[in-house]
Design a protein around this ligand. Structure first.
Ligand SMILES: [Zn+2]
Length: 204
């Protein structure tokens, strides 16, 4: 084979694009022709350099892509974290009315106070609910009663509140003299029934 043809084929040969038959011819020629061999060595050095440079660029592109993908993953992940948090928060916000079957209620009277302890038994958490007393008036706008209402609510789990499964209530009971003026009522509103204390006595 002529040297010119060999030199034309060498770039393809170095990149491994020549056929098996051509490879044999080229290799046979390189063994016998020093000029082409030198040319081949110089050229393969240059081409390998070029190849490694382009590999570097490809690696850089790849790294950029990976970084972009990672950023996108982070964005997606934090997005879904927000969604999950919203779902959890809504679970805390919307509680369920407690059934009397799920609550252990004990009470005792000490120093004219009715002390009540509630223990939720369904494995979830109670939420704190403030109990504002409501005054009951007669037709002459005279106070004839104070009414406290407690409606126990449970949520799946409540990390923002330390109430847990227990809740306590203490209500003052008016003395005999005061009882002639007004009554003190506490109403526990369960989902299935109402428990009512009047002046410290369980009435229903
Ligand atoms: Zn040659």
């Amino acid at each position: 084979m002529k040297c010119d043809i060999i030199k034309d084929l060498l770039p393809l040969y170095i990149e491994g694009l020549t056929s098996k038959d051509s490879n044999e011819e080229i290799e046979k020629h390189l063994e016998s022709c020093e000029e082409c061999r030198t040319f081949f060595q110089e050229m393969s050095g240059e081409i390998e350099e070029k190849l490694s440079v382009s590999t570097d660029i490809q690696e850089l592109d790849y790294l950029k892509k990976v970084r972009k993908r990672n950023l996108r993953t982070v964005a997606l992940t934090s997005g879904s974290v927000v969604v999950v948090l919203l779902i959890l928060v809504s679970l805390f916000a919307f509680g369920f009315s407690v059934s009397s079957k799920d609550m252990d209620m004990t009470y005792q009277i000490t120093d004219n106070r009715l002390e009540m302890d509630f223990q939720l038994k369904n494995g979830h958490d109670l939420t704190r609910r403030s109990i504002e007393p409501e005054f009951i008036y007669d037709d002459d706008q005279k106070v004839i009663g104070i009414e406290h209402r407690y409606k126990p609510v449970w949520v799946f789990n409540n990390p923002f509140d330390d109430v847990g499964t227990k809740f306590s209530l203490g209500i003052e009971i008016p003395n005999e003299e005061e009882q002639e003026q007004y009554t003190s009522t506490i109403i526990i509103e369960y989902s299935d029934k109402i428990v009512k204390f009047v002046n410290g006595k369980l009435v229903e």
